[in-house]
Design a protein around this ligand. Structure first.
Ligand SMILES: [Zn+2]
Length: 414
């Protein structure tokens, strides 16, 4: 059959309509998970889902599913989805694009009277952002069995409000069990949230998997002393020592290019006085790579650098170095067949495209642990997201939704 095309203007209008709920003065969005505004956003989109003929179900952690029956409704559905909660100074596209692109797929199939062989489903996952409640990617995480339902329901915000109560307050404490719902395949469209596509002038990112990550807390301990009377050879300067680790983190990431990443994002210096040699420095390290073996090698390099620093080989003075493991997410390769559908559709539709990995967490990364999964990226302006200035071009969003439509139909069978 000839390639169906979504209605780009309708997609854009839906994005703008949703963005009016929780609009910020600088053009962004603030719809934090399970606030009244999130409830209004959910009501709007769930209403659109019903208008599109979808059967809407809500589970106990507030995930929303809209189902479009297939010719053979006993087949596991081809699902798409994302999230509509935002950061406090978030944008109009992060998450919302994936949900509304999925809705646009359903609307387009309705317009053309196309019934797929397998059923289709559209999911809105609860609290992807993790701003108000942790853990982050809460709804998809419980669905995939990454953490228990009760952990999510008992999570509190900084006013002590519980997820369970806030779900009830906005009318999204559903009664469907979380997880166990069959998924034949899962596609998620998303803005890239990075600069790679824009830099390469490509329209579609064919996401082959997600970077694994390791988070650490490091503490370097030296000796506080007066900055004047203490000669250089007799110092044990914790910040000077830590600076070598900061540089090594960046060097490691470069040495494992192009998929290595290394970041020190937080540093606290004690006692933080201009005329005291720093006695203790605490800082975070974030290492990422798409290959588990390479990530393990990066980990070993970091530990070797810490050991050398502790022995005094780096600064000439031994320092205390403590390295604590905070979090490990292994790299997640996406499903070969589904990635192939995304690449094939991008090519068939004539969109410039490239393979890419996601360095950010997504609901799709959790869903990939329970179902074959792939993602579709479109560029965002200057690679910026989690910011009110987050922006994306209508024609890129349209292209991403067209690839999603083609991939879902190819998978579900027309
Ligand atoms: Zn997102």
């Amino acid at each position: 059959m000839t390639a169906l095309k979504i209605d780009g203007e309708r997609l854009w209008q839906s994005l703008m309509d949703l963005a009016r709920i929780g609009a910020t003065p600088r053009g962004g969005n603030a719809r934090l998970a399970l606030t009244a505004l999130d409830g209004q956003g959910r009501d709007l989109v769930a209403g659109w889902m019903r208008d599109a003929g979808l059967t809407v179900t809500v589970d106990r952690v507030g995930n929303i599913f809209g189902r479009r029956a297939g010719r053979d409704d006993s087949l596991p559905p081809v699902m798409t989805g994302s999230h509509i909660d935002t950061q406090p100074t978030g944008g109009k596209f992060d998450g919302c694009f994936g949900v509304l692109a999925g809705l646009e797929v359903m609307r387009t199939l309705n317009d053309h009277g196309v019934r797929t062989e397998a059923p289709l489903e559209l999911a809105i996952w609860t609290n992807e952002e993790g701003t108000r409640f942790v853990p982050v990617m809460m709804g998809s995480g419980v669905f995939a069995g990454i953490f228990p339902l009760q952990t999510a329901l008992d999570a509190t915000d900084n006013e002590g409000k519980r997820v369970a109560d806030e779900l009830r307050a906005i009318g999204y404490a559903g009664d469907a069990e979380v997880g166990g719902r069959r998924i034949g395949a899962y596609f998620e469209a998303h803005i890239e949230q990075g600069p790679v596509l824009e830099d390469a002038d490509n329209v579609i990112g064919v996401v082959t998997g997600s970077l694994g990550l390791r988070w650490y807390d490091l503490t370097v301990t030296g000796m506080e002393a007066h900055a004047g009377p203490t000669p250089m050879p007799l110092r044990r300067d914790a910040l000077y020592g830590a600076s070598f680790i900061v540089q090594e983190v960046v060097r490691i990431a470069h040495d494992f290019a192009p998929h290595g990443r290394g970041t020190v994002g937080v540093m606290t210096v004690h006692p933080a006085s201009r005329n005291v040699i720093p006695g203790e420095v605490k800082f975070t390290v974030d290492l990422r790579h798409q290959d588990a073996g390479r990530l393990a090698e990066m980990d070993a390099r970091l530990r070797a650098a810490c050991a050398a620093l502790a022995r005094g080989e780096t600064t000439g003075a031994p320092l205390g170095v403590k390295i604590e493991d905070v979090q490990y997410f292994p790299p997640t390769p996406f499903a070969h067949e589904l990635v192939g559908h995304v690449r094939g559709q991008a090519a068939a539709l004539g969109y410039t495209h490239q393979d890419i990995v996601t360095g950010a967490g997504h609901d799709a990364v959790y869903i990939a642990t329970v179902a074959p999964t792939a993602m579709i990226f479109v560029p965002c302006k200057d690679g910026i997201s989690h910011n009110e200035v987050e922006d994306a071009r209508p024609e890129h969003l349209e292209a991403g939704a067209n690839v999603l439509l083609g991939a879902m139909v190819a998978q579900a069978g027309a």
